[in-house]
Design a protein around this ligand. Structure first.
Ligand code: NAD
Ligand code: MG
Length: 419
């Protein structure tokens, strides 16, 4: 059986690698093709995953590829990778997808139920790379298979972290973090010494506005905010990186993934994006993982785990990089980071509200309906309104979806009040 994440902070056990590698290693050694599905196959992470798979197609059988709306792109990658099935979450695109796949041998399906049925097809490995809380239900379905789930979607852990991690344990699934900082921490955590971890520091590039004044940031355009200095990513996470909300979401993600408490997690700005995470131990040792800022490294780690595979990324030339610099984040200019940190500390359901409000705010900014500075302000106002109305920590998934829904409603009404 393939194990859950390899440590248990609730019981304060030593980290134990729970005898898991065997199943995956056997498949890799005998070169039996691994059955894989990709949720969010047309996105930035999805495309990088397909890029790796396409370089060694004999090793993989592509089962299901999914996307939201883009029938043409989904059909193209499904044919290119000989997928069994292609699914659009939006049912409106079904006819386009069906005609694009006619005669190709790849089945077409669409709609939320079809998406869930696709995830239920038996696989060895699933990439969870849908963006936003929309990824929660399909990712949980993938977890229920009890095999490997490479987790790129961070919003599921922000919205429903405790419930999500319980589902991972129940299913005996192997969760492999794909977010570069979390992949780095996963690699730097010594399985025999989890109780000796004093602190985990996530690095952040600082985004395009690292050196901008608050006044200049207030009039930042969409193009300015999408101009990330080091990473190439989807639009939502790129805006989250400009507000530093992304780093806040990542702190909450790390809180659920790793054997530390909220006050042992922090952020350091590192503009070169070479060193992705630092794990500090009681004896003063700090272990870190470095690589060029290319998501194909953490994706390759999750794809080959527990082995390593070649990835077509730029090799680190430290002499060329010259210097690695670090600075403290400015939480006054980037209030989203403080909001996320406070929500994580509160541990009372506020992270679900934060995530929902942020999704609405980022969408409004991407659509040109609000200014950059209003993103964090709207999240703060939504949290205040939700706390005033009274919220409780979600105990069930139904609670999570209800709180997510309520928060989106609050954020939308606050948006229309001010616009
Ligand atoms: P993206 O916007 O490029 O792609 C998102 C994918 O999800 C697309 O295939 C899209 O069709 C699909 N999708 C979007 N909304 C959907 C919905 N409602 N239902 C079903 N499918 C839907 O996003 P991305 O940058 O690839 O990021 C994906 C996830 O990975 C996010 O949670 C992000 O935070 C996380 N992540 C991304 C990166 C990166 O480098 N891009 C790094 C770390 C973590
Ligand atoms: Mg990251």
């Amino acid at each position: 059986m393939i194990s859950g994440i390899a440590w248990d902070k609730t019981t304060e056990n030593e980290l134990t690698q729970m005898g898991t590698a065997a199943a995956v290693a056997t498949s890799a050694e005998t070169h039996t093709p691994r059955r894989i599905s990709i949720l969010g196959a047309t996105g930035s992470v999805g495309c990088s995953t397909l890029d790796l798979i396409g370089r060694d197609p004999e090793r993989y059988d592509v089962v299901a590829l999914t996307a939201h709306n883009n029938a043409e792109q989904l059909a193209r990658v499904a044919v290119e990778h000989n997928a069994e099935l292609a699914v659009l979450a939006n049912p409106d695109g079904y006819e386009d997808l069906k005609s694009a796949l006619a005669g190709t041998g790849t089945e077409a399906a669409a709609g939320p139920d079809a998406l869930i049925e696709a995830v239920e097809r038996s696989v060895d490995w699933t990439m969870a790379a849908i963006t936003g809380c929309a990824g929660l239900q399909p990712t949980l379905k993938a977890v229920e298979q009890g095999t490997c789930v490479a987790l790129a979607n961070k919003e599921c852990l922000v919205s429903a972290g405790d419930l999500f991690m319980k589902a991972v344990d129940r299913a005996g699934a192997q969760l492999l973090p794909v977010d570069s900082e979390h992949s780095a921490a996963y690699q730097a955590i010594d399985p025999g010494a989890s109780t000796a971890i004093e602190r985990i520091l996530l690095t952040a590039s600082g985004g395009p506005f690292r050196t901008w004044t608050a006044e200049k940031m207030a009039s930042a355009t969409l193009a300015d905010a999408l101009n990330h200095p080091t990473w190439s990513m989807g639009r939502k996470i790129t805006i989250d990186s400009a507000t530093l909300m992304n780093k806040g979401l990542e702190l909450i993600e790390a809180f659920h993934l790793f054997p530390v408490e909220a006050n042992q997690l922090d952020v350091v700005i590192h503009p070169q994006s070479i060193l992705h995470c630092l794990v500090e131990y009681a004896d003063g040792s700090v272990l870190a993982q470095m690589s060029s800022p290319d998501m194909r490294t953490p994706i390759a780690y999750s794809l080959a785990w527990p082995e390593r595979m070649w990835a077509p990324t730029e090799r680190l030339d430290l002499a060329k990089v010259g210097s690695l610099t670090f600075e403290a984040p400015d939480k006054d200019r980037f209030p989203a980071l403080r909001l996320a940190q406070d929500a994580m500390m509160a541990d009372n359901g506020t992270t679900t509200v934060l995530n929902a409000a942020n999704e609405i705010a980022v969408e409004a900014f991407l659509e040109g309906r609000i200014e950059f500075a209003r993103i964090a302000a709207l999240v703060a106002d939504t949290i205040d309104a939700a706390l005033r109305d009274g919220i409780a920590k979600p105990e069930t998934l139904a609670d999570v979806f209800a709180l997510d829904d309520l928060s989106r409603g609050l954020a939308r009404s606050l948006l229309s009040d001010k616009s």
